[in-house]
Design a binder for this molecule. Structure first.
Ligand code: RVP
Length: 505
């Protein structure tokens, strides 16, 4: 006879946290959001990789490319670069994140000496940059001949067809620095010589990058950055259970920090085989997460297989129609609660702590607090990150409002059949499990994440918790009735602003 779970399948919206005692020491500024990313012997050793904030970005074409990875690592989280692309282009994205030197900018507004003042003005209007290097071939890596800034020309006194070569600040008058220069030294040079920017050149005097005074200041204001031991940004990547023997070596070569098997349903031999392959070829030096599962059995299977972290969630994603098309899945809250209990039991039994990640279905910021309180160590977000400038998708105007495009990996647009693969010869999708959609544009990731986390810290203090561990220990959760959900919003008042209230998520 079929097995029936006692509990109905519940979502985050059906829960609230009941405040606990908040001592005077429990203030948002004192909260630490540091959380383990990969398995470790808790209490005996330090976790080899911890996130500084409990947020990772979804393994999706519309969400996680190298641009998103840099932006999120800057804030203390981690992106998992999408795997539904060729091995070469995914590895190139990972390599770009690892090569990215915060504060060292590859110039995108470059001039050649025979360009005219009119072209300079046009480029400045188009890109908004007032500092433009002049290189022999007009590229970002050509031989450096000079620099043009607003101080080099006066539109009222000069003819628009004057050549760049005649009014640029020439190379011999420029202060430059070699590639080996650290950001700190670059900044000292900028200060000592009262510069606005410093070109970095290689041994052949070819331009490599520029350091701007303003960027150094912003770099200093990112205390949570996720950096590896060489001070490079950390980045994850999604893999599948088909081409791992080719994809993983390329990603490792590119410098990837953590892998994650990207699958809508992870309680399968295919995931076990993939993890075994990693252990056989790389031992424990390559970290690999697995999933997704929604119950204790699934967790146990992947934990025993050696997964470094396990993702939880089937069918809860905002663009996901798996539950509708296949009738499989589980309410995200119920799944998280059960898997967290299994994780704790596994730790008690083995001494090994395997972090779990609630993936999908985070609609409001407070859902992150609920997921953490229910035992999730961090959360994976798709829709949330797709809304920001830094996501790879297009920003478009729809009915007078800016939107970003957001599509599921199981949609006809992404065609990520490996994510839904169940083995056999078939390589391709027979039906869709995801949709193509718009999400309201939400500006810069930095501002959005700061606001979200200020709410999470505040909630944690209401629960008397200064760490995520403490929150999981102290949280008191209650199921809400449908009428009390109504009470939770603005009610029985006539709203002055008729636009429906939309949380920042
Ligand atoms: P959300 O944050 O609610 O947008 O959900 C993102 C998650 O949805 C992803 O991390 C992934 O687990 C899942 N997903 C991605 N594509 C699809 C689909 O097409 N069904 N689902």
């Amino acid at each position: 006879m079929a097995y029936y779970f006692d509990e109905p399948s519940r979502t985050f919206n059906e829960y609230l946290l009941v405040p606990g005692y908040s001592p005077s020491t429990c203030v948002p500024a004192a909260v630490s959001l540091k959380t383990p990313l990969v398995r470790y012997r808790k209490g005996e050793e330090e976790c080899p990789i911890s996130l500084n904030i409990p947020m990772i970005s979804a393994i999706m074409q519309a969400v996680s490319d190298d641009g998103m990875a840099v932006a999120l690592a800057t804030e203390g989280g981690m992106s998992f670069v999408y795997g539904s692309q060729s091995i070469e282009s995914q590895a190139a994205m990972v390599a770009r994140v690892k090569d990215y030197k915060a504060g060292f900018v590859t110039s995108d507004a470059n001039l050649s000496p025979d360009m005219t003042l009119a072209q300079v003005v046009e480029l400045k209007e188009k890109l908004g940059h007032s500092t433009m290097p002049v290189t022999e071939d007009g590229t970002a890596t050509g031989k450096l001949l000079g620099v043009v800034t607003e101080r080099d020309y006066r539109l009222s006194r000069m003819s628009l067809d004057e050549k760049v070569a005649d009014f640029m600040t020439p190379r011999e008058k420029l202060i430059v620095a070699p590639v080996s220069t650290s950001l700190k030294v670059a900044n000292d040079i900028i200060w000592d010589h009262k510069l606005n920017s410093l070109p970095i050149v290689d041994e052949n005097d070819h331009l490599v990058s520029l350091v701007f005074r303003k960027d150094y200041d912003s770099h200093k204001s990112n205390p949570n950055e996720m950096l590896d031991s060489h001070k490079r940004y950390m980045v994850g990547a999604g893999i599948n259970t088909r081409d791992y023997a080719e994809r993983i070596p390329a990603l490792v070569e590119a410098g990837v920090d953590v892998l994650c098997i990207d699958s809508s349903e992870g309680y399968s031999d295919w995931q076990k085989f993939t993890i075994e392959w990693v252990r056989e070829h790389y031992g424990n030096t390559v970290k690999i997460g697995a999933g997704n599962v929604v119950d204790a059995e699934g967790f146990r299977f992947l934990a025993d297989a050696g997964a470094d972290f396990i993702k939880v969630g089937i069918g809860g994603g905002s663009i996901c129609i798996t539950r509708e098309t296949k009738g499989i899945g589980r309410g995200q809250a119920t799944a998280t609660i059960e898997v967290a209990a299994a994780r704790d039991a596994y730790f008690k039994e083995t001494g090994v702590y395997v972090p779990i990640c609630s993936d999908g279905g985070i609609v409001y910021d407070h859902h992150i607090s609920l997921a953490l309180a229910m035992g999730s160590d961090f959360v994976m977000l798709g829709r949330y990150f797709a809304r920001f400038d830094e996501s790879p998708s297009n920003k478009v105007m729809v009915n007078g409002s800016y939107m970003k495009e957001y599509w599921g990996e199981g949609s006809a647009r992404a065609r990520n059949w490996q994510r839904y693969d169940l083995g056999g010869d078939k390589k391709g999708m027979t039906f869709e499990e995801g949709v193509d959609s718009y999400v309201p544009y939400a500006g810069a990731l930095k501002d959005g994440v700061a606001l979200t986390l200020s709410k999470v810290r505040s909630t944690m203090c209401n629960c008397g918790a200064l760490t995520i561990d403490e929150l999981q220990d102290k949280a008191k959760l209650t199921i809400v009735s449908s009428t009390s959900i109504v009470e939770g919003g603005a009610h029985d008042v006539l709203l002055k602003d008729k636009t429906p209230y939309v949380s920042n998520t």
